[in-house]
Write a protein that binds this ligand. Structure first.
Ligand code: BJW
Length: 252
């Protein structure tokens, strides 16, 4: 990708006073975490993530669903943030040092933005690292990685199955996460969407909200998405390569 491709989006980033970032699974791909819609590997090859990430699947087979999530919990814990996560953490420091506002909205449940140094990411779909009683909602701490839960489904002290603290299809996103998202979207002048297929709502709709509010938008993804036709600039490629270049062009 030539230098010219970055000139306008980098200038928009440098000049922005209020920036919203929306990330999806692609930002963690180069950390070794498969994207949500990737084919599953190994023992999980015959399962469809879209079928497992539902309250119905948990009700039907809590042992299977919690085993899958614990496999992912331990996988995420064994991975490290990549240059894309680190570039977003630097972007936040640069924007804030200039007196601007910065909000990172992530659909990811892997905790890698926080580990990369992002100050206060909004975890729209929760976290696979924290778990709770499916009946009372009380937090139940999993064994520290690399240890798995001793059995599946794990049980809370009251004997109810324990579930990951993530948002499944058909469940509401956390109220505070939605409030922070719409606050930031109402005043941002630049939204950067990174590594999301932009098909899962309400997060996919955030791009439309930002456009409707007059913000300019950058999409970072190796492929087109349903939102590509409405973004201002589409930067094609893996985010671990694109984001560091964008941040360097804007702030060095
Ligand atoms: C790279 C790359 C590299 C590859 N670099 N990029 C409006 C219209 C239609 C339907 C709905 C609607 N509103 C709500 C719905 C229903 C539903 C929905 O959206 N369905 C659609 C599928 C049609 N939404 C919901 O159910 C939501 N709840 C809700 O709306 O509740 C309403 C309610 C209100 C009050 C009471 C009760 C209910 C909840 C959605 C929750 C989604 N949860 C999941 C699972 C989380 C736990 C887990 O991880 O297992 O979240 S589903 C899954 O999709 C996961 C992801 O966060 C999410 C988004 O996926 P993402 O991140 O975009 O990943 P991929 O794999 O799809 O894409 C990866 C991208 O990366 C690709 O584009 C690649 O090209 C790219 N890439 N390598 C950069 N190196």
């Amino acid at each position: 990708m030539d230098d010219q491709t970055f000139a306008q989006p980098a200038a928009a980033l440098r000049d922005a006073r209020s920036v919203v970032i929306l990330t999806g699974a692609g930002v963690s791909a180069e950390s070794g975490i498969p994207t949500f819609r990737d084919t599953m590997e190994g023992l999980w090859a015959s399962f469809d993530p879209q079928q497992l990430a539902t309250p119905e699947a948990f009700a039907r087979d809590p042992g299977l669903v919690t085993r899958w999530y614990d496999h992912r919990r331990l996988g995420c814990a064994a991975c490290e943030p990549n240059p894309g996560h680190l570039a977003l953490a630097r972007m936040e420091r640069e924007i804030c040092a200039l007196g601007g506002e910065f909000t990172l909205l992530t659909q990811n449940v892997d905790g890698l933005h926080r580990r990369a140094g992002s100050a206060d990411p909004v975890e729209l779909h929760g976290s696979v690292m924290t778990w709770r009683c499916s009946e009372t909602g009380e937090a139940v701490t999993p064994p520290p990685p690399p240890a798995p839960w001793p059995g599946f489904p794990p049980k809370s002290p009251s004997g109810a199955p324990v579930r990951p603290d993530v948002v499944w299809f058909g469940e509401a996103l956390p109220e505070e996460a939605l409030e922070r998202s719409f606050d930031a979207l109402s005043s941002c002048d630049l939204l950067v969407s990174v590594g999301t297929s932009a098909v899962v709502y309400p997060a996919a709709g955030f791009i439309e909200v930002a456009v409707a509010n007059g913000a300019r938008t950058i999409e970072v993804n190796p492929k087109d998405t349903p939102m590509t036709p409405i973004v201002t600039w589409a930067l094609r490629g893996p985010s671990a390569g694109i984001l560091p270049l964008l941040v360097e062009r804007a702030f060095d």
